[in-house]
Design a protein around this ligand. Structure first.
Ligand code: PLP
Length: 401
C-alpha cells in the first residue's frame, strides 16, 4: 500500500482548470476565454519580434555562460526593471532607495515579498480587493501573512466601489499591508481614476498603511508603459515606502520564462541595502537563485534603444488589438439587442472583461456554445478575434434571455 494512499484527488485550479476542460472538448467551434495569455487574430500564441532578436543576440555572444547568477538575480536586469516601473529620473532610484531582486515572475515576486514581510515587518495583515486574482490569498497565506479583504467592485455599477474601499481601508489596523493592482485590475478590468488614486494614496499614507503593488500588466492595459505605471509613481513620488511585484509575462510575452522582479522602495539607501541583504536570505533557501535566460532577454531589450522602441510598438499593437475586441463585442451585443447595459465592456481595461454573467449563465455558454471561461464571468479579451466575436455575442445573448 502506498505511503500516499490516503490522498484525495485535488480539484483543478479554478483558472487553469478552464483550459483543461477546453482541451477535452472535441467541438470545432470551441473557444477558450479563460486563459490569461495573449493570442493573435489567428488565435495563436505570440513571440514578440524583439524577443526573437534579443535571443539571437544572446546566442551569438559566445562569452555568455550558463553559470549561476547572483541570489538576487542579474544586476543589470534589476536596475532596468526598477527604472521601467518607477520612470526615468526617479528620485528614489537616484537616491539608491530601491532594493530590487529578480524573482520568478509576478507570482514569485509576490511570494518573496510576502515572506520578507512576514519575517521583517511588524504587521502581518494584508488587505486584498474583492474580487481579486484567485492566487493572491493563497500566495499571501502561505507566505505567512493573514489575509483580509476590502471592497472593490460594485456589481450594481460594474465599476469601482470607491466609498466602500476607502471605508474598509480606513478601518484597517495601523501599518496593515494593502495589495493594490497597479493597473488593469484582474478580474474586473476596473481601475481607480487618477483622482481616486490620489484619495487612496492620502488615506494609505495618513493611516501609515504599507502599499504592495502587483504590476502584472504594465503597458498591456493602455498601450503606454508610463500611463500604466501612474499609480505606482504617484505613491513613490511622495517619498513613502512600498513594495512592487513586476511581471514580464504579459508585456513581453515571456510567460513560460518566469521573469519578474520585486522592488522595495525604502526611506533611505542604508535601509535599502539592508533590505536587499535580507531578501537574499529569503530567496536562498527557496530556490537559491533565479533563472538566467528570461532576465537576459529583458535586459537586452531594455538596454538597447532600438529594441526598446520596437518593443513599445509591439506592446501597443497587443493592447490595441484587445481594445478593438472590446469595441467589436460591444457592437455585436448592441446589434443583437441583447438586454442589459454592456458599456462596461468598453470602459474596463486590460486583458479581462468582467461581464456580470453568473455561474449558471457561464455553464450554459459552455454546455451549449463550447465557450470556456471562469465561473465568475471573466472573459479574456486576448482570446477573442474578429472571427469569434459573433459566436461569443450569440452565446451571451442566449444566456441572458
Ligand atoms: N498578478 C495578477 C493580477 C495576474 O493577473 C497575474 C497573472 O495572471 C499575476 C500576478 C502573475 O502571473 P505571473 O506569475 O505569470 O507573472
Amino acid at each position: 500500500v502506498s505511503a500516499f494512499q490516503h490522498l484525495e484527488q485535488a480539484p483543478e485550479d479554478p483558472i487553469l482548470g478552464v483550459t483543461v476542460a477546453y482541451n477535452k472538448d472535441p467541438s470545432p467551434v470551441k473557444l477558450n476565454l479563460g486563459v490569461g495569455a495573449y493570442r493573435t487574430e489567428e488565435g495563436k500564441p505570440l513571440v514578440l519580434d524583439v524577443v526573437r532578436q534579443a535571443e539571437e543576440l544572446l546566442i551569438q555572444d559566445r562569452s555568455r555562460y550558463k553559470e549561476y547568477i547572483p541570489i538576487a538575480g542579474l544586476v543589470e536586469f534589476n536596475k532596468l526593471s526598477a527604472k521601467l516601473i518607477l520612470g526615468d529620473g526617479s528620485p528614489a532610484i537616484g537616491e539608491k532607495r530601491v532594493a530590487t531582486a529578480q524573482c520568478l515572475t509576478g507570482t514569485g515576486s509576490l511570494r518573496v515579498g510576502a515572506e520578507f514581510l512576514s519575517k521583517h515587518y511588524s504587521q502581518h495583515i494584508i488587505y486584498i480587493p474583492v474580487p481579486t486574482w484567485g492566487n493572491h490569498p493563497k500566495i499571501f497565506n502561505l507566505g505567512g501573512l493573514s489575509v483580509k479583504t476590502y471592497r472593490y467592485y460594485d456589481p450594481r455599477t460594474s465599476g469601482l466601489d470607491y466609498e466602500g474601499m476607502l471605508e474598509d481601508l480606513h478601518a484597517a489596523p495601523p501599518g496593515a499591508i494593502v495589495l493594490l493592482h497597479a493597473c488593469a485590475h484582474n478580474p474586473t478590468g476596473v481601475d481607480p481614476t487618477q483622482d481616486q488614486w490620489e484619495g487612496i494614496r492620502q488615506l494609505i499614507r495618513l493611516k501609515g498603511l504599507l502599499p504592495f503593488f502587483d504590476s502584472a500588466y504594465q503597458g498591456f492595459a493602455s498601450g503606454s508603459l508610463d500611463a500604466d505605471a501612474y499609480s505606482v509613481r504617484l505613491f513613490v513620488g511622495d517619498g513613502g515606502e512600498c513594495l512592487i511585484a513586476q511581471s514580464f509575462a504579459k508585456n513581453m510575452g515571456l510567460y513560460g520564462e518566469r521573469v519578474g522582479a520585486l522592488s522595495i522602495v525604502c526611506r533611505s539607501a542604508t535601509v535599502a541595502t539592508r533590505v536587499e541583504s535580507q531578501l537574499k536570505l529569503v530567496i536562498r533557501p527557496m530556490y537559491s537563485s533565479p533563472p538566467i535566460h528570461g532576465a537576459s532577454i529583458v535586459a537586452t531589450i531594455l538596454s538597447d534603444r532600438n529594441l526598446y522602441y520596437n518593443w513599445t510598438v509591439e506592446l501597443k499593437n497587443m493592447a490595441d488589438r484587445i481594445i478593438s475586441m472590446r469595441h467589436q463585442l460591444y457592437d455585436a451585443l448592441k446589434a443583437r439587442g441583447t438586454p442589459g447595459d454592456w458599456s462596461h465592456i468598453i470602459k474596463q481595461i486590460g486583458m479581462f472583461t468582467f461581464t456580470g454573467l453568473n455561474k449558471d449563465q457561464v455553464s450554459f455558454m459552455t454546455a451549449e456554445y463550447h465557450i470556456y471561461l471562469t465561473s465568475d464571468g471573466r472573459i479574456s479579451m486576448a482570446g477573442l478575434s474578429s472571427k469569434t466575436v459573433p459566436h461569443l455575442a450569440d452565446a451571451i445573448h442566449a444566456a441572458v434571455l
